[in-house]
Design a protein around this ligand. Structure first.
Ligand SMILES: Cc1cc2nc3c(=O)[nH]c(=O)nc-3n(C[C@H](O)[C@H](O)[C@H](O)COP(=O)(O)OP(=O)(O)OC[C@H]3O[C@@H](n4cnc5c(N)ncnc54)[C@H](O)[C@@H]3O)c2cc1C
Length: 437
């Protein structure tokens, strides 16, 4: 079997290491263009990443911490969100689960030790279906034929433009953010939680690594200029008694997904396939799901056989559901506004209402209503403060009823966020009701 991974960002290295681990006899190519930089952000993970890293490389938290200053993430601390604005935690549960905070560049360096592939530094200009494979076309006119391609070349050009005539791209226009500015601040003594702080133009993330804290302001560029945001960023740092540093990254991002990330030969993965704003740090987890599906596909299907159309659609439906549901859960965080009364929060608190306008979300929104109801009956604060596995098994687990996820999230996440933002303090409400509605 001949497999090519395109892209040298986090998604490309995860895919190349995964293919190395599961298909040691395959002819594996890892191809990326060193003239095109990686996105340079993506520093918090869900528990999917440590589980994957351990499985594929054998590296655990002590080694990752020692080699590149990664820290263990137990969840996120929200500050200033919701109708109470009192602060709450969305902790990974059960307590034995954890994610990482890391520097993406340094971690891909470590993952690269576990990639055995023919490396090619070249620009890919075309992917063309062959009767039993894919032809990869390069800038210099040469071509490489493979059985399968994992395409992790970053955001596609089509994700940016408002092109309703392009049915292949679903633009998640219900998400209220689209740009971020990121700084590097001194390290902090508290490293177990990402901080997510509501501000007038959006929200600020703080990701505490061993040697520094990554701090980004996420906002809506059609409502606020970079200058306005930087001014509030500086006010925030002053409040925190931290010296402002220069802005390291200014990046706009599309909230989008490809309707079909897989066509039977090409798996489009990472930012090339979808992106939902970084509030719950779901992107790397989605990449891991994609490489696992790719692995299963390559194991179960002979490369010379024509792909089974029904099975291809099943793979596409699975990822569509996963990403759209994640986007709805993330959108719901805004439903009770924040301590700020500003154009951003007016728009953000109506995000679920905007989602309701899309017919293809109706089934997912109905499914979400069940999770909202279950979350109401669970003790959100108790779940957020439970740190012992034994206590969790004794006191929290017997209260659970669903045991299935909604995208990446469970009833435990719904309970923590719902009680945290004050969603349940009001009368019984359905998906799409907002702080102002
Ligand atoms: C503000 C912000 C914060 C984020 N925070 C998080 C977070 O906390 N957690 C999380 O999981 N994710 C986060 N993300 C998402 C994060 O960007 C991705 O998880 C991750 O970086 C994956 O990127 P990638 O590898 O898909 O693409 P990229 O990093 O863009 O890499 C693309 C690669 O493809 C190569 N390439 C491009 N075109 C060609 C071509 N034509 N030929 C050959 N090679 C090519 C490039 O050289 C590069 O190596 C965040 C994103 C943003 C915008």
């Amino acid at each position: 079997m001949k497999i090519a991974v395109l892209g040298g960002g986090t998604a490309g290295f995860i895919a190349a290491a995964h293919m190395t681990r599961y298909f040691p006899k395959a002819e594996l190519w890892h191809i990326y263009d060193s003239r095109i930089p990686t996105i340079g952000v993506g520093e918090g993970t869900t528990p999917r990443f440590p589980l994957w890293l351990d499985e594929v490389t054998g590296i655990g938290p002590d080694e990752l911490g020692a080699r590149c200053g990664a820290t263990v993430k137990l969840g996120s601390h929200y500050e200033g969100w919701g109708s109470h604005s009192t602060g709450f935690v969305n902790r990974f549960q059960p307590p034995r689960l954890f994610g990482y905070h890391f520097d993406a560049g340094r971690v891909t360096g470590i993952i690269s030790d576990h990639v055995r592939a023919k490396q090619l530094d070249a620009r890919v200009v075309s992917l063309e279906a062959l009767p039993s494979g894919v032809a990869i076309g390069f800038e210099d006119g040469s071509q490489l034929d493979c059985d399968y391609v994992l395409d992790a070349r970053g955001f596609p050009a089509g994700a940016w433009t408002q092109a309703p005539e392009d049915p292949e791209i679903i633009r998640m226009d219900w998400i209220p953010t689209g740009r971020a500015m990121v700084r590097r601040l001194p390290s902090s003594t508290e490293t177990s939680m990402s901080r997510l702080i509501a501000r007038t133009h959006g929200w600020i993330f703080q990701i505490p690594l061993r040697d520094w804290t990554s701090c980004g302001y996420v906002f809506n560029p059609s409502l606020s200029s970079d200058e306005d945001v930087l001014a509030d960023f500086d006010v925030f740092l002053k409040e925190e008694q931290v010296e402002p540093t220069e802005v390291r990254v200014r990046v706009s991002f599309p909230n989008f997904m490809r309707r079909n990330w897989f066509d039977g030969r090409i798996f489009t993965i990472g930012n090339a396939a979808s992106f939902v704003e970084p509030l719950e740090a779901t992107a790397i987890g989605a990449t891991i799901m994609q490489v696992r599906i790719a692995q299963r596909w390559m194991t179960d299907h002979h490369p010379q056989c024509a792909p089974d159309v029904g099975a291809v659609e099943h793979a596409n439906r699975t990822m569509r559901s996963y990403v759209l549901r994640n986007s709805l859960f993330i959108t719901w965080h805004y439903a009770r506004g924040s301590r700020w009364d500003s154009p951003f929060w007016n728009l953000a608190s109506r995000s679920l209402e905007r989602a309701r306008g899309h017919d293809y979300l109706a089934g997912h929104m109905n499914a979400m209503t069940d999770f909202l109801e279950v979350g109401r009956d669970l003790p959100g604060t108790e779940i957020g403060t439970c740190t012992e596995q034994e206590k969790w098994e004794r006191e929290i687990m017997p209260k659970l009823t669903k045991f299935i996820p909604f995208g990446n999230f469970s009833e435990l996440n719904f309970a923590q966020v719902g009680h945290g933002i004050g969603y349940y303090s009001a009368n019984k409400m359905s998906v799409g009701d907002s702080a102002n509605g």
